[in-house]
Design a protein around this ligand. Structure first.
Ligand code: ADP
Ligand code: TYD
Length: 206
């Protein structure tokens, strides 16, 4: 059995990840791939409980606690969902993964990235996405889009300077892993972005 491909979608809140995850999954299914669509934090029963705690506006926590809970949820997710799906040949499309921890907890909150690297190694071993799509756009545009559809959670209530740091954290990560991370200009129309994604899907399926 050929291992499936592991694709992650990243970007600040309101960048369009959920929209494009669903679209990409549909395109890959049309091409007869078995697709497992999932998200972080979450994706397992325990992970979804951790997600509720992490997003709860009334639940303040130490920045290390936040990073550790993200990786705890991820450990479950890899064990119960991602690794088994890849092993049975399914393609995994994941709405956020470890780059989000480097961007939000590292860039946004200021956790030392060397600590995050230790956790990354501990939790993932050698597992990395085959491809990461980074939907990049100015934070004010993301905020405007997200605020139309939902009440802000514990992260979305953060101020603009936080999201500027998150954005820079993501772009820095993209510089360090150019072969894996593709930066997509998410300020464009959905149709234009999907044209680019269609080409990427074609390359992937070759
Ligand atoms: P995310 O998952 O990154 O937070 P969503 O996919 O939930 O983002 O998108 C947030 C909102 O913005 C949704 O209402 C979505 O329809 C809209 N949206 C997504 N991409 C675009 C785009 N390129 N242009 C305009 N609106 C968009
Ligand atoms: P998500 O629901 O994907 O955000 P949205 O759909 O609003 O873009 O993710 C929930 C929040 O969790 C999001 O604000 C970013 C945050 N997060 C981290 O801070 N670190 C992480 O490692 C992950 C996976 C998410």
């Amino acid at each position: 059995m050929t291992r499936g491909k592991f694709i992650t979608l990243e970007g600040i809140d309101g960048a369009g990840k959920s929209t494009h995850c669903a679209w990409l999954a549909a395109v890959l299914r049309e091409r007869k791939h078995d697709v497992c669509m999932t998200r972080e934090p979450g994706g397992t029963e325990l992970g979804e409980k951790l997600r509720q705690i992490l997003l709860d506006r009334s639940q303040a926590m130490h920045l290390d606690t936040e990073a550790l809970l993200m990786f705890a949820a991820r450990r479950e997710h890899i064990d119960k969902v991602i690794a088994p799906a890849l092993a049975r040949g399914s393609w995994v499309i994941c709405d956020r993964f470890t780059d989000a921890t480097f961007a939000y907890q590292g860039g946004g909150r200021g956790v030392d990235s060397r600590r995050l690297e230790i956790l990354e190694q501990w939790v993932q071993g050698g597992l990395q996405p085959d491809l990461t799509l980074l939907f990049d756009l100015p934070p004010e545009v993301g905020r405007r889009r997200a605020s139309k559809i939902r009440h802000p959670d514990r992260f979305e209530q953060e101020h603009e300077a936080f999201f500027q740091r998150v954005r820079q954290g993501y772009l820095q990560r993209a510089l360090e892993a150019q072969a894996r991370i593709r930066v997509i200009d998410a300020s464009r129309d959905i149709e234009q972005i999907q044209q680019e994604l269609a080409m990427i899907a074609q390359e992937l399926c070759r």
